[in-house]
Write a protein of this length. Structure first.
Length: 348
Protein backbone atom coordinates (compact mmCIF):
# COMPACT_ATOMS: atom_id res chain seq x y z
CA UNK A 1 0.00 0.00 0.00
CA UNK A 2 1.41 3.46 -0.86
CA UNK A 3 2.83 5.48 2.01
CA UNK A 4 0.88 8.55 1.00
CA UNK A 5 -1.48 9.41 -1.82
CA UNK A 6 0.66 12.11 -3.44
CA UNK A 7 -1.92 14.80 -2.74
CA UNK A 8 -1.27 18.49 -2.19
CA UNK A 9 -3.04 18.62 1.19
CA UNK A 10 -3.03 22.41 1.30
CA UNK A 11 -5.03 22.70 -1.95
CA UNK A 12 -7.81 20.35 -0.85
CA UNK A 13 -11.37 21.57 -1.34
CA UNK A 14 -14.64 19.81 -0.55
CA UNK A 15 -14.63 17.66 -3.68
CA UNK A 16 -14.34 14.07 -4.82
CA UNK A 17 -10.90 12.51 -5.16
CA UNK A 18 -11.04 8.81 -5.94
CA UNK A 19 -9.48 6.62 -3.29
CA UNK A 20 -8.44 2.97 -3.50
CA UNK A 21 -11.07 0.93 -1.67
CA UNK A 22 -14.76 0.89 -0.82
CA UNK A 23 -17.07 -1.39 1.15
CA UNK A 24 -20.19 -3.00 -0.32
CA UNK A 25 -22.86 -5.14 1.39
CA UNK A 26 -26.22 -6.41 0.20
CA UNK A 27 -29.52 -7.40 1.72
CA UNK A 28 -32.76 -8.93 0.45
CA UNK A 29 -35.92 -7.32 1.83
CA UNK A 30 -37.08 -9.27 4.88
CA UNK A 31 -33.70 -11.01 5.38
CA UNK A 32 -30.75 -10.00 7.55
CA UNK A 33 -27.81 -8.07 6.04
CA UNK A 34 -25.04 -10.22 4.57
CA UNK A 35 -21.57 -9.27 5.81
CA UNK A 36 -20.04 -6.94 3.22
CA UNK A 37 -16.69 -6.92 1.47
CA UNK A 38 -13.91 -4.51 0.65
CA UNK A 39 -13.44 -3.90 -3.07
CA UNK A 40 -11.26 -1.68 -5.23
CA UNK A 41 -13.06 1.68 -5.56
CA UNK A 42 -14.98 1.68 -8.81
CA UNK A 43 -18.27 1.59 -10.64
CA UNK A 44 -21.20 -0.50 -9.47
CA UNK A 45 -23.67 -2.20 -11.79
CA UNK A 46 -27.26 -1.18 -11.22
CA UNK A 47 -30.62 -2.29 -12.58
CA UNK A 48 -32.38 0.59 -14.41
CA UNK A 49 -35.55 -0.31 -12.49
CA UNK A 50 -33.79 0.11 -9.09
CA UNK A 51 -35.94 1.82 -6.46
CA UNK A 52 -33.21 4.38 -5.81
CA UNK A 53 -33.03 5.44 -9.48
CA UNK A 54 -36.80 5.64 -10.02
CA UNK A 55 -38.23 6.64 -6.67
CA UNK A 56 -35.28 8.06 -4.73
CA UNK A 57 -35.20 5.26 -2.17
CA UNK A 58 -31.84 6.15 -0.66
CA UNK A 59 -30.12 7.81 2.28
CA UNK A 60 -26.57 8.89 3.03
CA UNK A 61 -24.37 9.93 5.92
CA UNK A 62 -21.42 12.29 6.18
CA UNK A 63 -18.60 11.70 8.66
CA UNK A 64 -14.92 12.61 8.96
CA UNK A 65 -11.78 10.78 10.06
CA UNK A 66 -9.09 13.10 11.38
CA UNK A 67 -5.44 12.51 12.12
CA UNK A 68 -5.03 13.82 15.63
CA UNK A 69 -2.02 15.63 17.09
CA UNK A 70 -1.33 12.44 19.06
CA UNK A 71 -0.97 10.48 15.80
CA UNK A 72 -4.29 8.62 16.08
CA UNK A 73 -6.94 8.40 13.40
CA UNK A 74 -10.25 9.30 15.02
CA UNK A 75 -13.93 9.39 14.10
CA UNK A 76 -16.32 11.83 15.76
CA UNK A 77 -19.40 10.25 17.40
CA UNK A 78 -19.86 7.56 14.69
CA UNK A 79 -22.53 5.81 16.79
CA UNK A 80 -24.73 8.89 16.26
CA UNK A 81 -24.32 8.61 12.48
CA UNK A 82 -25.13 4.90 12.68
CA UNK A 83 -28.33 5.63 14.60
CA UNK A 84 -29.41 8.45 12.28
CA UNK A 85 -28.76 6.09 9.33
CA UNK A 86 -31.09 3.57 10.97
CA UNK A 87 -33.83 6.16 11.48
CA UNK A 88 -33.48 7.25 7.86
CA UNK A 89 -33.68 3.65 6.63
CA UNK A 90 -36.86 3.08 8.63
CA UNK A 91 -38.44 6.29 7.27
CA UNK A 92 -37.74 5.23 3.68
CA UNK A 93 -38.86 1.63 4.14
CA UNK A 94 -35.36 0.15 3.94
CA UNK A 95 -33.73 -2.50 6.16
CA UNK A 96 -31.65 -0.66 8.80
CA UNK A 97 -27.94 -1.51 8.86
CA UNK A 98 -26.97 -2.79 12.33
CA UNK A 99 -24.87 -0.25 14.25
CA UNK A 100 -21.93 -2.64 14.66
CA UNK A 101 -21.91 -3.42 10.93
CA UNK A 102 -22.00 0.30 10.09
CA UNK A 103 -19.04 1.10 12.38
CA UNK A 104 -17.09 -1.94 11.20
CA UNK A 105 -17.57 -0.92 7.53
CA UNK A 106 -16.47 2.65 8.23
CA UNK A 107 -13.39 1.45 10.13
CA UNK A 108 -12.40 -0.91 7.32
CA UNK A 109 -12.70 1.75 4.62
CA UNK A 110 -10.77 4.32 6.66
CA UNK A 111 -8.00 1.81 7.47
CA UNK A 112 -7.72 0.62 3.85
CA UNK A 113 -7.49 4.21 2.57
CA UNK A 114 -5.40 5.57 5.46
CA UNK A 115 -2.82 7.00 3.03
CA UNK A 116 -5.54 9.45 1.92
CA UNK A 117 -6.08 10.90 5.42
CA UNK A 118 -4.60 14.41 5.47
CA UNK A 119 -1.97 15.28 8.09
CA UNK A 120 -3.32 16.73 11.33
CA UNK A 121 -4.87 20.17 10.85
CA UNK A 122 -4.73 20.06 7.03
CA UNK A 123 -8.09 18.48 6.18
CA UNK A 124 -9.96 15.26 6.81
CA UNK A 125 -11.01 12.03 5.20
CA UNK A 126 -14.71 12.52 4.45
CA UNK A 127 -16.69 9.29 4.80
CA UNK A 128 -19.83 8.75 2.79
CA UNK A 129 -21.99 5.76 3.82
CA UNK A 130 -24.96 5.27 1.45
CA UNK A 131 -27.93 2.91 1.48
CA UNK A 132 -29.90 2.41 -1.72
CA UNK A 133 -32.84 0.34 -2.86
CA UNK A 134 -31.05 -1.39 -5.75
CA UNK A 135 -33.49 -4.17 -6.59
CA UNK A 136 -35.91 -3.65 -9.54
CA UNK A 137 -39.39 -2.40 -8.69
CA UNK A 138 -42.12 -0.89 -10.85
CA UNK A 139 -44.92 -0.12 -8.38
CA UNK A 140 -44.15 2.60 -5.83
CA UNK A 141 -43.05 0.23 -3.07
CA UNK A 142 -39.83 -0.79 -1.28
CA UNK A 143 -37.17 -2.41 -3.49
CA UNK A 144 -36.72 -6.17 -3.14
CA UNK A 145 -32.97 -5.69 -2.41
CA UNK A 146 -30.57 -3.10 -0.97
CA UNK A 147 -26.95 -2.05 -1.20
CA UNK A 148 -24.96 -0.48 1.62
CA UNK A 149 -21.76 1.12 0.37
CA UNK A 150 -19.09 3.19 2.12
CA UNK A 151 -16.54 5.26 0.22
CA UNK A 152 -14.21 8.07 1.26
CA UNK A 153 -12.44 11.11 -0.13
CA UNK A 154 -9.90 13.52 1.33
CA UNK A 155 -11.45 16.98 1.79
CA UNK A 156 -10.61 20.53 2.74
CA UNK A 157 -13.05 23.32 3.70
CA UNK A 158 -16.72 23.11 2.62
CA UNK A 159 -17.08 26.84 2.03
CA UNK A 160 -14.52 28.71 -0.06
CA UNK A 161 -11.99 30.53 2.10
CA UNK A 162 -12.00 28.11 5.05
CA UNK A 163 -12.77 29.83 8.35
CA UNK A 164 -13.89 33.11 6.84
CA UNK A 165 -17.32 34.68 7.14
CA UNK A 166 -19.94 33.64 4.60
CA UNK A 167 -22.78 35.69 3.14
CA UNK A 168 -26.16 33.95 3.09
CA UNK A 169 -29.53 34.76 1.56
CA UNK A 170 -32.95 33.75 2.86
CA UNK A 171 -34.92 31.92 0.19
CA UNK A 172 -38.23 33.68 -0.43
CA UNK A 173 -39.40 31.14 -2.94
CA UNK A 174 -38.29 27.66 -1.94
CA UNK A 175 -38.56 25.41 1.09
CA UNK A 176 -36.42 22.43 2.01
CA UNK A 177 -38.91 20.35 3.94
CA UNK A 178 -42.52 20.25 5.08
CA UNK A 179 -44.06 18.72 8.23
CA UNK A 180 -44.52 14.98 7.84
CA UNK A 181 -41.99 14.80 4.99
CA UNK A 182 -38.43 13.53 5.01
CA UNK A 183 -36.55 16.67 6.14
CA UNK A 184 -35.57 15.08 9.46
CA UNK A 185 -33.55 12.30 7.83
CA UNK A 186 -30.73 12.32 5.28
CA UNK A 187 -32.89 11.17 2.37
CA UNK A 188 -31.05 11.65 -0.94
CA UNK A 189 -34.20 13.26 -2.37
CA UNK A 190 -33.90 16.18 0.07
CA UNK A 191 -30.84 17.52 -1.70
CA UNK A 192 -31.50 17.84 -5.45
CA UNK A 193 -34.34 20.40 -4.96
CA UNK A 194 -31.83 22.67 -3.18
CA UNK A 195 -29.34 22.69 -6.05
CA UNK A 196 -31.04 25.28 -8.23
CA UNK A 197 -31.78 27.75 -5.37
CA UNK A 198 -28.20 27.31 -4.17
CA UNK A 199 -26.75 27.82 -7.64
CA UNK A 200 -28.84 30.97 -8.12
CA UNK A 201 -27.71 32.28 -4.72
CA UNK A 202 -24.06 31.63 -5.67
CA UNK A 203 -24.52 33.57 -8.91
CA UNK A 204 -25.60 36.53 -6.74
CA UNK A 205 -22.43 36.19 -4.62
CA UNK A 206 -23.92 34.29 -1.66
CA UNK A 207 -22.34 31.12 -0.27
CA UNK A 208 -25.67 29.37 0.41
CA UNK A 209 -29.38 29.71 1.05
CA UNK A 210 -31.19 29.84 4.40
CA UNK A 211 -34.53 28.03 4.34
CA UNK A 212 -37.54 29.16 6.36
CA UNK A 213 -40.37 26.95 7.61
CA UNK A 214 -42.84 25.88 4.94
CA UNK A 215 -45.97 26.85 6.91
CA UNK A 216 -45.59 30.48 7.93
CA UNK A 217 -42.36 31.27 6.13
CA UNK A 218 -41.05 33.08 9.21
CA UNK A 219 -38.84 30.68 11.14
CA UNK A 220 -35.28 29.77 10.27
CA UNK A 221 -34.87 26.06 9.61
CA UNK A 222 -31.45 25.38 8.11
CA UNK A 223 -28.68 26.57 5.84
CA UNK A 224 -28.51 24.25 2.80
CA UNK A 225 -26.67 21.33 4.38
CA UNK A 226 -25.88 22.80 7.80
CA UNK A 227 -27.71 23.78 11.00
CA UNK A 228 -28.17 27.38 12.12
CA UNK A 229 -27.16 29.15 15.34
CA UNK A 230 -27.21 32.78 16.42
CA UNK A 231 -26.02 34.56 19.56
CA UNK A 232 -27.74 37.48 21.25
CA UNK A 233 -26.45 38.97 24.52
CA UNK A 234 -24.23 35.89 24.98
CA UNK A 235 -27.27 33.60 24.85
CA UNK A 236 -27.12 30.96 22.09
CA UNK A 237 -30.22 30.23 20.00
CA UNK A 238 -30.81 27.41 17.54
CA UNK A 239 -34.03 26.25 15.87
CA UNK A 240 -35.75 23.48 17.81
CA UNK A 241 -36.01 20.11 16.07
CA UNK A 242 -39.49 19.94 14.64
CA UNK A 243 -39.09 17.00 12.27
CA UNK A 244 -38.37 19.22 9.26
CA UNK A 245 -34.81 20.03 10.36
CA UNK A 246 -31.96 17.52 10.15
CA UNK A 247 -30.81 16.68 13.71
CA UNK A 248 -27.15 17.51 13.11
CA UNK A 249 -24.52 15.77 15.20
CA UNK A 250 -22.38 18.91 15.12
CA UNK A 251 -25.45 20.89 16.29
CA UNK A 252 -25.94 18.55 19.24
CA UNK A 253 -22.21 18.67 20.08
CA UNK A 254 -22.18 22.48 20.04
CA UNK A 255 -25.19 22.58 22.36
CA UNK A 256 -23.46 20.24 24.82
CA UNK A 257 -20.14 22.06 24.55
CA UNK A 258 -21.64 25.52 25.04
CA UNK A 259 -23.68 24.38 28.07
CA UNK A 260 -20.56 22.76 29.53
CA UNK A 261 -18.78 26.11 29.17
CA UNK A 262 -21.61 27.75 31.13
CA UNK A 263 -23.46 29.44 28.26
CA UNK A 264 -27.23 29.43 28.10
CA UNK A 265 -28.46 27.60 24.99
CA UNK A 266 -32.08 27.70 23.88
CA UNK A 267 -33.61 25.39 21.30
CA UNK A 268 -36.74 27.18 20.21
CA UNK A 269 -38.38 28.82 17.23
CA UNK A 270 -35.91 31.28 15.70
CA UNK A 271 -37.67 34.01 13.74
CA UNK A 272 -35.73 35.36 10.78
CA UNK A 273 -36.33 38.86 12.17
CA UNK A 274 -34.73 37.83 15.50
CA UNK A 275 -31.73 36.26 13.77
CA UNK A 276 -31.22 39.45 11.80
CA UNK A 277 -30.95 41.39 15.05
CA UNK A 278 -28.53 38.96 16.70
CA UNK A 279 -24.91 39.74 17.58
CA UNK A 280 -23.34 36.69 15.90
CA UNK A 281 -24.51 33.86 13.65
CA UNK A 282 -22.93 30.68 12.36
CA UNK A 283 -23.88 27.43 10.70
CA UNK A 284 -22.49 24.00 11.41
CA UNK A 285 -22.22 20.47 10.12
CA UNK A 286 -19.71 17.72 9.49
CA UNK A 287 -18.68 19.26 6.18
CA UNK A 288 -19.17 22.90 7.26
CA UNK A 289 -17.62 22.41 10.79
CA UNK A 290 -18.50 25.83 12.28
CA UNK A 291 -18.78 28.47 9.55
CA UNK A 292 -19.22 32.05 10.75
CA UNK A 293 -21.92 34.05 8.98
CA UNK A 294 -20.86 37.53 7.88
CA UNK A 295 -24.24 38.64 6.57
CA UNK A 296 -27.81 37.56 5.94
CA UNK A 297 -29.90 39.11 3.17
CA UNK A 298 -33.68 38.90 3.05
CA UNK A 299 -35.36 40.76 0.20
CA UNK A 300 -33.89 44.25 0.27
CA UNK A 301 -32.68 43.98 3.88
CA UNK A 302 -29.12 43.04 4.75
CA UNK A 303 -27.78 42.32 8.23
CA UNK A 304 -24.00 42.43 8.54
CA UNK A 305 -22.61 40.75 11.67
CA UNK A 306 -19.63 42.41 13.37
CA UNK A 307 -18.35 43.99 10.18
CA UNK A 308 -17.85 40.46 8.80
CA UNK A 309 -15.38 39.58 11.57
CA UNK A 310 -15.70 36.21 13.30
CA UNK A 311 -17.70 36.65 16.52
CA UNK A 312 -16.01 35.87 19.85
CA UNK A 313 -18.40 33.07 20.82
CA UNK A 314 -18.30 31.56 17.33
CA UNK A 315 -14.49 31.54 17.53
CA UNK A 316 -14.51 30.03 21.04
CA UNK A 317 -16.85 27.21 20.02
CA UNK A 318 -14.90 26.55 16.80
CA UNK A 319 -11.62 26.38 18.72
CA UNK A 320 -13.04 24.03 21.37
CA UNK A 321 -14.80 21.71 18.94
CA UNK A 322 -11.80 21.39 16.61
CA UNK A 323 -9.42 21.02 19.58
CA UNK A 324 -11.45 18.03 20.81
CA UNK A 325 -11.63 16.56 17.30
CA UNK A 326 -7.84 16.79 16.89
CA UNK A 327 -7.04 15.62 20.47
CA UNK A 328 -5.46 18.99 21.30
CA UNK A 329 -7.91 19.16 24.20
CA UNK A 330 -9.27 16.45 26.43
CA UNK A 331 -12.24 14.54 25.00
CA UNK A 332 -14.40 15.23 28.06
CA UNK A 333 -17.56 13.90 26.40
CA UNK A 334 -15.93 10.68 25.06
CA UNK A 335 -16.86 11.66 21.52
CA UNK A 336 -13.80 10.29 19.77
CA UNK A 337 -13.61 6.78 18.36
CA UNK A 338 -10.09 5.60 17.53
CA UNK A 339 -9.80 3.65 14.27
CA UNK A 340 -7.48 0.62 14.42
CA UNK A 341 -5.36 1.05 11.28
CA UNK A 342 -3.95 -2.46 11.36
CA UNK A 343 -7.26 -4.05 10.21
CA UNK A 344 -6.29 -6.64 7.54
CA UNK A 345 -7.61 -5.85 4.07
CA UNK A 346 -9.98 -8.64 3.00
CA UNK A 347 -10.56 -8.00 -0.68
CA UNK A 348 -13.19 -9.98 -2.62
N1 LIG B 1 -28.53 19.81 7.87
C1 LIG B 1 -28.47 19.14 6.71
C2 LIG B 1 -29.61 19.26 5.76
C3 LIG B 1 -27.37 18.33 6.43
O1 LIG B 1 -27.29 17.66 5.27
C4 LIG B 1 -26.32 18.25 7.37
C5 LIG B 1 -25.15 17.42 7.11
O2 LIG B 1 -25.10 16.28 7.44
C6 LIG B 1 -26.44 18.94 8.58
C7 LIG B 1 -27.56 19.72 8.80
C8 LIG B 1 -25.41 18.84 9.65
O3 LIG B 1 -25.43 17.56 10.25
P1 LIG B 1 -24.16 16.94 10.91
O4 LIG B 1 -23.66 17.91 11.91
O5 LIG B 1 -24.61 15.68 11.54
O6 LIG B 1 -23.17 16.71 9.82
C1 LIG C 1 -22.23 16.78 5.82
O1 LIG C 1 -22.05 17.80 6.49
O2 LIG C 1 -21.64 15.74 6.04
C2 LIG C 1 -23.18 16.75 4.73
O3 LIG C 1 -23.78 15.75 4.54
C3 LIG C 1 -23.23 17.87 3.84
C4 LIG C 1 -23.22 17.37 2.43
C5 LIG C 1 -24.57 17.31 1.84
C6 LIG C 1 -22.18 17.93 1.59
Amino acid sequence: MPENANIDWDSLTFSMTKTDFMYVAECQLGQPWQVGNMQPYGKLEIDPAAGVLNYGQGIFEGMKAHRSVEGNVVLFRPDENARRFQRGAARLGMPPVPESMFIDAVEQVVAANSHFIPPSGRGALYIRPVLWGTGPIMGVAPSPSYTFCVFVTPVGPYFKGGLSCIDLVISDEYHRAAPGGSGGVKAIGNYAPGMMPSKNAKKRGFAEVIYLDAINHELIEEVGAANFFCVKNKKIHTPELTGTILPGITRDSIIQLAKHKGYEVVEEKVHATFAMEADEAFCCGTAAVISPIGSITQGDKEKVYLNREIGPLTRELYDSLTAIQSQKEEDVFSWLHKVPLEIPLNLV
